[in-house]
Design a binder for this molecule. Structure first.
Ligand code: ATP
Ligand code: MG
Length: 326
C-alpha cells in the first residue's frame, strides 16, 4: 500500500467480521463477544457539514487516487491510533485506578490470513467492548468555540455562571467539566449543564466521569505544555461495565480530532486561535466557496499540509518521529 493512498473505507465482512458501528472516522468490528477491533480510517471531517454524504454523512470519504481524488488524509488513521495508544499508556501510569478499554495495538496472531493486515496494522486497536455512556465528557481549560459564544450571550458556559470580563481564548482559573449529549451519526451534539448530565447518567457515575476527565485533562495539559502545545479543550467518552458498574475510558483520547490543540508560541488572548490541524482544510473550504458543499475533493496541497500538521502534533506530543511502521 503506497503511503500516499488514503484508506477511507474498510469492510471485513468477507473475512467473517461483523461491522458493529461506523462513525465519522472509525469502523468497529466484532472480534468476539467481549473484544472489538477499533479501526481508524483516513477520513477527515470539517465544519460538521456534509461534504460527501454517500454513506456516512458529514465528512470526506472515498479516496480514488487514480481519478485524482483526495478525500482522506493518508496515514491519518494510523497516526490517531498511535497517538491514542501513547496517551492510554501515559494515563495508565498517571491514574492507575482508572480502567480504559485499550488492550493492544498488535493484531492477534490467530486472525484469518485473508484479512488485509497491511491496511489494518498501525491503524487498529483491540479494545474491550463496552456499553457507551450517552454523553460526551468535555473538559475546557480555555474559553473558546461554543463556550465562548454562550458566554458572550449569557455570561455562562454550559449553564455554569462564569466570572465577568473573560476574554476570548483566555485560560480559565480552573478547567471545567462541560458535557454534551452524544448525537446519532449525522446529528449535532448539544451542550448540557453538569446537572443535566448527572440526571442523564446518574449521580455516582457522573461524579466518576467528571473526576476522571478533569484528572486526565490536567495531567495531559501539563505534559503537552512542556512540548509547546496547549490543549485548550478535549472530549472523552466513557463506557460502563454492566457487571461491575465501573466507569471505563473508551474511544480515542487526546488526538487533534477530539481536542483543540493550539501552538503555544502563537497563543494570544483576545482572539480566536489557529486550529492546529484543520486550518488549511477550513481556509480552503471557505475561500473556495465549498463550505457545506457535497462531494468535495481536496487539492493535493491541502492534503499535504493537513497531513503535515497531524504529524507535527504527533511528533511534539510523543517526543518521537512519526513512522507508519510504529
Ligand atoms: P459518534 O461517536 O457520534 O459515532 P464519531 O464520528 O466521532 O462520532 P468515530 O470516532 O468515528 O465516531 O467512531 C467511534 C465510535 O465508537 C463512537 O461512536 C464511540 O462511542 C464508539 N466506541 C468507542 N469505544 C468503544 C468501545 N470500547 N466499545 C464500543 N463502542 C465504542
Ligand atoms: Mg469519535
Amino acid at each position: 500500500m503506497a503511503s500516499s493512498t488514503a484508506i477511507t473505507k474498510i469492510d471485513l465482512g468477507a473475512d467473517g467480521f461483523k461491522k458493529i458501528a461506523s462513525g465519522k472516522v472509525r469502523e468497529i468490528f466484532e472480534i468476539d463477544s467481549q473484544t472489538l477491533l477499533f479501526v481508524a480510517t483516513d477520513r477527515i471531517s470539517a465544519y460538521d457539514v456534509i461534504l460527501d454524504n454517500e454513506q456516512f454523512g458529514g465528512f470526506l470519504e472515498v479516496a480514488n487516487p487514480q481519478n485524482g481524488d483526495h478525500q482522506g488524509i493518508p496515514q491519518k488513521g494510523a497516526l490517531l491510533t498511535q497517538l491514542s495508544a501513547h496517551w492510554f499508556k501515559r494515563i495508565a501510569s498517571w491514574l492507575p485506578d482508572l480502567r480504559t478499554h485499550f488492550l493492544s495495538t498488535t493484531l492477534p496472531p490467530d486472525l484469518p490470513t485473508s484479512l488485509p493486515f497491511q491496511q489494518l496494522q498501525n491503524r487498529s486497536m483491540l479494545v474491550d467492548r463496552l456499553r457507551i455512556l450517552p454523553l460526551e465528557s468535555i473538559v475546557r481549560g480555555y474559553i473558546t468555540g461554543s463556550a465562548w459564544a454562550e458566554y458572550i450571550k449569557s455570561g455562562t458556559v454550559h449553564g455554569i455562571p462564569m466570572p465577568k470580563g473573560l476574554r476570548e481564548s483566555e485560560r480559565l482559573e480552573k478547567p471545567i467539566w462541560t458535557p454534551s449529549t452524544k448525537a446519532e451519526v449525522g446529528g449535532k451534539d448539544e451542550n448540557i449543564s453538569p446537572d443535566a448530565a448527572r440526571e442523564l447518567i446518574g449521580e455516582a457515575v457522573a461524579r466518576r466521569v467528571e473526576e476522571a476527565s478533569l484528572a486526565i485533562y490536567e495531567k495531559a495539559h501539563a505534559y503537552a505544555a512542556e512540548r509547546g502545545i496547549i490543549i485548550a479543550d478535549t472530549k472523552f467518552e466513557f463506557g460502563g461495565d454492566v457487571e461491575t458498574g465501573e466507569v471505563v475510558l473508551v474511544d480515542e483520547v487526546l488526538t487533534p480530532d477530539s481536542s483543540r490543540f493550539w501552538p503555544a508560541d502563537q497563543y494570544e488572548v483576545g482572539r480566536s486561535q489557529v486550529s492546529y490541524d484543520k486550518q488549511y482544510l477550513r481556509d480552503w473550504l471557505t475561500s473556495s466557496g465549498l463550505k457545506g458543499k457535497e462531494g468535495v475533493n481536496m487539492p493535493e496541497e491541502v492534503v499535504a499540509e493537513t497531513g503535515k500538521k497531524y504529524r507535527e502534533a504527533y511528533e511534539k506530543l510523543t517526543d518521537s518521529k512519526w513512522s507508519n511502521t510504529a
